[in-house]
Design a binder for this molecule. Structure first.
Ligand SMILES: [Mg+2]
Length: 262
């Protein structure tokens, strides 16, 4: 098992680890300072495909957490990096998604928007999606475009309750096009692979820190990475005891992890 003292890179989940809602969690800046002082590389990995890394940098800065955009690996960023390994510059993509996905795919011109004969249909969460665009995506997938999803989260918490997420859009298209998507985000390993590549990290000495067994810890397992579960997010001690996926280490909170590391 990877000992904390042998860790050379850390991949954080965000919500439930660094903050909850819009409140920073205790110990975040202490842990980041500890990593900095030891030369340990770190990045954040989030399934959320709607926001750009720059928007995350600003959101975290408002909470007093310094996290440069280059260290934010969203499922949109990971999707872009993976697609680049599959297709040359100039490849056409039909995308359903928001700023986070559109910026990652199209801003530097590597991929071009194509509504006629795209090589890929890429789907992320889109709060303004229309039947027209979903219909188009179905037709293009049926015509042979490869069907890619940024992340599998079927739901997410909103102010007024639990609402449909990217995985729900993927389910609609899966039913309508009768094709399974290839999905990038957690619990698959692809986003972790992208983050490791971005940091130039050694996977055998990379630690993931998350608050969910079914995404963060399962994803770490799938990517062959060591994992820490913190109990500041969705997973309770009771849920951990019942869980079929288990982390390598468990800490109640980041201050406890800091204490163990120091
Ligand atoms: Mg989380």
């Amino acid at each position: 098992m990877l000992a904390l003292n042998d860790v050379t890179a850390v991949l954080f989940d965000m919500d439930g680890v660094l903050y909850r809602g819009s409140m920073p969690l205790p110990g975040v800046n202490e842990l980041l300072a500890l990593l900095e002082s030891r030369g340990i590389a770190y990045a954040c990995c989030t399934n959320n495909a709607t926001m750009t890394p720059a928007q995350y940098e600003a959101k975290l800065a408002r909470m007093g957490i310094h996290m440069p955009a280059e260290r934010v690996v969203t499922s949109s960023v990971a999707t872009r990096r993976w697609l680049e390994t599959q297709a040359p510059r100039g490849t056409g993509v039909y995308a359903i998604g928001m700023d986070g996905l559109r910026t990652a795919l199209f801003d530097d011109g590597y991929f071009v928007e194509d509504e006629e004969q795209p090589a890929f249909v890429v789907v992320g969460m889109d709060f303004e999606v229309t039947y027209h665009r979903l219909r188009k995506a179905c037709l293009l997938i049926r015509a042979g475009a490869r069907f890619i999803g940024t992340n599998p989260d079927t739901t997410f918490p909103a102010e007024d309750g639990i609402v449909p997420g990217c995985g729900a859009l993927l389910a609609l298209l899966r039913a309508g096009a009768e094709v399974e998507p290839f999905v990038i985000g957690k619990p698959g390993p692809t986003m972790f692979h992208a983050a490791i590549q971005i940091l130039g990290a050694d996977p055998s000495r990379t630690l993931t820190i998350g608050d969910r067994l079914d995404t963060d810890i399962a994803g770490a397992r799938a990517a062959g990475l060591a994992s820490v579960l913190v109990l500041t997010g969705v997973t309770t001690l009771e849920a951990l005891e019942r869980g079929t996926v288990q982390p390598d280490m468990v800490f109640a909170s980041l201050p406890e992890l800091c204490a163990a590391w120091a």
